[in-house]
Design a binder for this molecule. Structure first.
Ligand SMILES: Cc1cc2nc3c(=O)[nH]c(=O)nc-3n(C[C@H](O)[C@H](O)[C@H](O)COP(=O)(O)OP(=O)(O)OC[C@H]3O[C@@H](n4cnc5c(N)ncnc54)[C@H](O)[C@@H]3O)c2cc1C
Length: 466
């Protein structure tokens, strides 16, 4: 696309989930919107790319849950809701293959998973009683204050080791991508309230069935169909205030003129995009208090299937989750089996060689699926994402800025801004919709884009605080 100087109601910097959500909302409301993305694909951290050595399109599996109302709305509006495969239960495997299915029953929330929980072989009776008692803390809601860590809360609630290893830790590390001492109980409490207690719908697991940049590419196409413009492979170098307008300077010389700008980049890129003066005006606290947490994924292509599971949490190993991508995507039979193993909060693994990681992961996988030993591994790859998410460290909330800033016409978005959510696609979409609302106000119209949370269901209609 040529870069003739053009005028927009809003220029969005970054085509991650947050930027695309803002652009989708604003272009849908009739605003002239341009999105500038430095990479050759959209999706930001939720991306996929053709791996040259593997000759496969790869991504790190992203999942959502039923209570991600804003992400689901964005997918619905973009016509891709049916590209998410939904699951009603979670499978937990122990080495040796013993299996726990946490599945829905016909009982009303918050009791909807209690029959399978009561029968779960992965937990002792003592573990179950301790978890059941502690979970009652989240029936009415979750803490507003984010100062306590999950580790401290578990100590206070006297949770046994088995309950931590087989329940609290796997759920928290998968949802918040950091260790128990580095996650705030406010966000873990939100996960337990929304996905385990408030409604059966809120806890359903959704998995995109397309590689992520194709998935989010459909959202970008929808924005373009609504009149938006996407500039890929264009990096925003700096922003300049010119009277009541903004000049968005692109690397290599071009510029775009806009009434408003949304910076929808990840926190570490904000100082570069804003520059020192705007940064001081918008975020005097800076971004030094934010920390990244890594995710590592191991990609394995086998000659044939050795499990019919689509996904499972793997307990008592270094691997958090197994995604059977060829099944999730319903790849044609006879084309082998494609698995992804995910290691959350992989701080230690960042320093390990790919060979060490692969060898250990294969050994661990074989402890759950002995048949893997005799199945031919055709190819394998390791993806290390050092900056996968930001950590919801205890006390982070005071550092997360609102989308509307003190500078007229300049708005922030990104999963790291004030969304009430941890570092997730849902957090990204919420921030994008909140940013779009702020832009709409500045353009003189009052629009609301943020979607309501799922209603409490069953007994939770009386028990949960709204
Ligand atoms: C391996 C991995 C696994 C994950 N798993 C999950 C999961 O299962 N579920 C879930 O909900 N979330 C998951 N996440 C987190 C999720 O991907 C992020 O929370 C979300 O994508 C953040 O979106 P964003 O738009 O806020 O930021 P980003 O995705 O970081 O988007 C920012 C965009 O801005 C662009 N940009 C930066 N600087 C410039 C510039 N100067 N000019 C132009 N463009 C610029 C970047 O290229 C990028 O495209 C995972 C993340 C990773 C990496």
């Amino acid at each position: 696309m040529s870069l003739a100087v053009d005028r927009y109601d809003c220029v969005v910097v970054g085509a991650g989930v947050a930027g695309l959500a803002a652009a989708s909302a604003l272009s849908g409301a009739g605003a002239r919107v341009a999105v500038v993305e430095r990479k050759p694909f959209v999706g930001g951290r939720a991306y996929s790319y053709p791996h040259p050595a593997l000759q496969e399109v790869v991504d790190s599996q992203h999942v959502l849950v039923g209570c991600c109302t804003n992400l689901r709305h964005l997918c619905g509006a973009s016509g891709i809701a049916d590209l998410i495969r939904w699951y009603d239960g979670y499978v937990f495997l122990e080495p040796g293959g013993r299996r726990t299915n946490l599945a829905l029953s016909g009982l009303p929330a918050p009791l909807h998973t209690s029959p399978s929980f009561a029968a779960a072989p992965m937990l002792s009776l003592r573990d179950k009683l301790a978890i059941g008692t502690a979970l009652q803390s989240f029936v009415r809601g979750y803490p507003k204050d984010d100062s306590e860590s999950v580790a401290s809360w578990l100590r206070r609630k006297r949770q046994p080791d088995g309950a931590i290893r087989h329940f609290w830790r796997p759920v928290v590390i998968s949802a918040l991508n950091d260790t128990l001492d580095r996650c705030s109980m406010r966000y873990a409490g939100q996960v337990f309230h929304e996905t385990f207690l408030r409604s059966a719908e809120g806890g359903r697991l959704g998995i995109p069935t397309l590689p992520l940049s194709d998935f989010y590419g459909r959202v970008a196409q929808h924005c373009e169909a609504q009149g938006g413009t996407l500039y890929e492979k264009q990096s925003v170098e700096r922003l300049e205030q010119r009277g009541e307008e903004w000049a968005v300077h692109l690397q290599g010389g071009g510029e775009l003129i806009a009434k408003t700008v949304i910076s929808a980049v990840s926190f570490e890129h904000v100082p570069q995009v804003l520059g020192t003066e705007l940064m001081t005006a918008v975020m005097p606290q800076g971004v030094a208090g934010f920390c990244h947490s890594p995710i590592t994924s191991i990609h394995l292509w086998y000659e044939r299937e050795f499990t019919t599971l689509d996904h499972a949490a793997l307990l008592d190993t270094g691997i958090e989750w197994m995604f059977h991508k060829s099944r999730i995507r319903r790849s044609p039979a006879g084309q082998g089996s494609y698995l992804e193993l995910t290691i959350s909060a992989s701080h230690a693994q960042l320093k390990e060689s790919r060979e060490t990681l692969l060898t250990r992961s294969l050994r661990e996988l074989e402890s759950f699926f002995p048949e893997a030993r005799t199945t031919k591994l055709l190819k394998s790859g390791v993806l290390k994402e050092a900056k996968a998410t930001f950590s919801v460290l205890p006390g982070m909330d005071r550092l997360r800025p609102a989308q509307e800033t003190a500078v007229p016409g300049l708005v922030l978005a990104g999963d790291w801004t004030q969304t009430g959510w941890p570092s997730t696609m849902e957090g990204g979409v919420r921030s994008g919709y909140l940013a779009a609302e702020a832009v709409a106000r500045q353009l003189g119209s009052s629009r609301s884009f943020v979607q309501p949370d799922l209603a409490a269901a069953g007994l939770m209609r009386w028990l949960a605080r709204e």
